[in-house]
Design a protein around this ligand. Structure first.
Ligand SMILES: [Zn+2]
Length: 311
């Protein structure tokens, strides 16, 4: 374990003391809009919607109290939702900064949605955290991580609205794939910021070079994960374990896979009763992976995961 180093001390707050409202306000004042959710997500969806899909809004994120924009939340769903068919849920952009999670979901919708529409009911929430997408952020404006907020007493409107919308749908959710990335900025920005916010000390770990999956400790489904890793290997490289046999501080359970107890942690991947669950972790900062490869890796996971579950 690396000892805490000056570089890892965040510039807001006092080491060892959790942030109050003033520190959260300072943090928020430093965030800037860097790209457009409307152009890169909403318009892209509207312009490339497959004929078996319908685009709908499932809520609004109102951040006017923070002098920030209000965001409409969009989902893409099978137009012909049929009782008795299994449901496949895909979620992207729970962490808005993880670009290929959003763009990979859009690519899947554009290129593969129609392929699966006669076999399953599809439900895709491509960008759960639009402000995070625009500001390239892990948290929402309240300095809350939506991906620790999928549970009771959630402090994230992003999470509560996604959960409420998914629950409205009939049928058994067979597969849930949640699209993420692990980035160099996790160590340079987001983990130090979290430690500062919580009044704890940050111990950085190595960011793995390559793709990996996070399964659910309560339903690991090793063969499902293996089938996905094999599909992704055709697109990009898989992360190797570090000297301790770990990825991001967690013991590897099989090649390219670590497991977390998703529901207990309030992770998006724990919000359903789906039998087959996985979270992708694409590494976009690798010199060996282009943005196109990262998006393609996300798509490969969805297709391989659904193919395995239906086989
Ligand atoms: Zn993430």
């Amino acid at each position: 374990m690396t000892s805490p180093n000056k570089d890892f001390i965040y510039h807001i707050g006092t080491v060892g003391t959790p942030w109050g409202e003033a520190e959260k306000q300072q943090w928020l004042s430093e965030q800037q809009i860097k790209r457009s959710y409307k152009d890169e997500v909403v318009t892209a969806l509207q312009q490339s919607l497959p004929d078996t899909a319908e685009l709908l809004t499932y809520g609004t994120l109102d951040y006017s109290a923070f002098d920030l924009p209000t965001y409409e939340l969009f989902a893409v769903r099978s137009k012909n939702w049929q009782e008795g068919k299994p449901v496949v849920l895909v979620t992207g952009g729970v962490h808005g900064y993880e670009t290929s999670g959003v763009q990979g979901a859009l690519k899947f919708i554009k290129e593969h949605f129609n392929d699966y529409s006669d076999k399953v009911n599809l439900l895709v929430l491509p960008c759960i955290s639009p402000w995070g997408y625009e500001t390239i952020n892990r948290w929402n404006p309240k300095a809350v991580d939506p991906n620790r907020s999928f549970g009771a007493e959630s402090q994230s409107d992003e999470a509560t609205q996604a959960m409420a919308f998914v629950r409205q749908h009939s049928g058994e959710i067979l597969v849930h794939i949640d699209l993420h990335e692990t980035t160099d900025s996790d160590n340079s920005e987001f983990r130090p910021a979290k430690a500062a916010r919580d009044g704890t000390v940050n111990h950085n770990w190595n960011i793995p070079d390559g793709f990996y999956l996070v399964g659910d400790s309560n339903k690991p489904e090793a063969e499902f994960q293996r089938a996905i890793i094999e599909a992704v290997q055709k697109v990009t490289h898989i992360a190797e374990a570090d000297e301790q046999g770990c990825l991001i501080g967690e013991k590897l359970v099989q090649f390219g896979v670590v497991n977390y107890p998703k529901r207990a942690l309030g992770l998006c991947g724990g919000m359903t009763e789906a039998k087959f669950v996985t979270t992708t972790e694409v590494y976009p900062d690798s010199p060996k992976a282009s943005p196109e490869q990262c998006n393609a890796a996300q798509v490969a996971v969805i297709c391989a995961g659904v193919d395995y579950a239906l086989a």
